[in-house]
Design a protein. Structure first.
Length: 399
């Protein structure tokens, strides 16, 4: 990549390219870049109007990308890509200046409550892949970071929970046709660091997270009734885990952390609304990434383990038919806070993250499904950073 980054987003566009936005490498980033699998090259595209980390990016039915929220100081900027110039704008009305909040990340890096006075934002932007231009969309009703954003079958975007000085119990819907946000009914529990998937039955499963303590509760949102209902809780509460919907409609949760780092995995059955244990991973890990492959297996990459007290380069495969975990080829670079995007050809692009020796990574790797191997994409370049202390405070995983 052109910029080393952690806590960024990576979205597979309808044309097969990957859009990477924002993140952190000592300071917050507003840059965005595109990866072309056909040429295996990275190119910078138009910059976002706001630097942001801890944000979300959702691909809308019209092919545009909706970017919401994140952490940023209260002042914002506007970027004119054609002139490569920036204009300072007014402060965001929903951001409380000089508020003291725990700097958090997007479910991938543990934060031990370091206060550095950053603020969440309610701003929203739209990226048009055809023009490479970012435009401002309607603002959310609440500033938030550490939330989730899911595209529903009806094309609306559901944003859930997160952080705004405290954990949020609110959720809201974005309608792309009107550019308007509306509040839904309240969740049963405030939460951040939670994970969300849209089930095949159209309901939305929200699992775990943090509210004062690690939350083991789960709930379901029914878009047809606008009602949140509690569902079965985990057998073992956890956070910083991986959650993915399987091809059969069940949900797999793997690893994470509660008191210790976990190897355990559980399956959620929407028909019975219950969690049951499945086989354990070979390595305890948290802040890892899980990707559903086209063959139905699940690839887990990287993370952090207390047994090794270090960032991981190992990878594992879960076979839902055998209900077994097996080790697969290791990444060339240990990383957490990275992204892992399944391409249209079935391979997985792993980008950026936070490596060993407190290094921000600009490297990328490709997991080739046919050979079950990981290969380096482009230059393998670990960039040291003179501004590491800011994100070290944010990402103190060893506490």
């Amino acid at each position: 990549m052109n910029n080393a980054r952690i806590d960024h987003t990576a979205s597979v566009l309808p044309n097969g390219k990957i859009l990477v936005t924002g993140g952190c490498n000592g300071s917050l980033l507003n840059s965005a870049e595109l990866y072309d699998p056909a040429t295996q090259t990275w190119t910078l595209t138009g910059s976002m109007k706001n630097a942001r980390s801890l944000h979300t990016a959702s691909i809308l039915p019209n092919g545009k990308v909706l970017v919401t929220g994140g952490l940023y100081v209260s002042q914002t900027e506007s970027c004119d890509v054609s002139r490569e110039s920036f204009t300072i704008l007014d402060k965001i009305s929903n951001v409380q200046n000089n508020s003291k909040v725990a700097v958090l990340t997007n479910r991938k890096v543990f934060v031990d409550g370091e206060d550095i006075g950053m603020n969440t934002i309610n701003s929203v932007e739209l990226y048009d892949p055809l023009t490479g231009i970012w435009t401002t969309a309607g603002s959310m009703n609440f500033a938030r970071g550490g939330h989730t954003a899911s595209v529903l079958p009806n094309g609306k975007v559901l944003v859930i929970g997160g952080l705004y000085v405290w954990s949020l119990q609110s959720a809201e819907l974005y309608d792309p046709s009107t550019d308007i946000w509306t509040n839904t009914s309240l969740l049963n529990y405030p939460r951040l660091f939670h994970q969300t998937i849209v089930l095949s039955n159209g309901k939305v499963l929200v699992a775990g997270g943090i509210f004062d303590v690690t939350v083991g509760t789960c709930e379901l949102y029914d878009p047809s009734t606008d009602i949140w209902n509690t569902t079965s809780a985990f057998n073992y509460r956890r956070v910083y885990n991986a959650l993915v919907e399987l091809s059969d409609g069940k949900a797999l949760i793997a690893g994470g952390r509660y008191i210790n780092f976990l190897t355990s995995s559980e399956l959620y059955d929407p028909k019975t609304e219950t969690w049951t244990y499945t086989s354990q991973m070979n390595q305890s890990r948290a802040w890892h990434i899980a990707s559903l492959l086209t063959d139905g297996k699940v690839l887990v990459t990287g993370g952090f383990s207390d047994t090794l007290n270090d960032v991981l380069n190992s990878s594992e495969l879960y076979d839902p038919l055998k209900k077994m975990w097996t080790t697969t080829d290791s990444m060339k670079t240990a990383r957490l806070g990275h992204t892992a995007s399944v391409l249209t050809n079935g391979n997985v692009l792993v980008t950026g993250g936070y490596g060993k020796d407190e290094i921000y990574l600009d490297s990328a790797e490709m997991y080739v499904v046919s050979t079950e191997t990981l290969i380096t994409i482009g230059k393998m370049e670990d960039i040291g950073n003179d501004h590491k202390e800011l994100c070290i405070q944010q990402c103190d995983i060893k506490k």
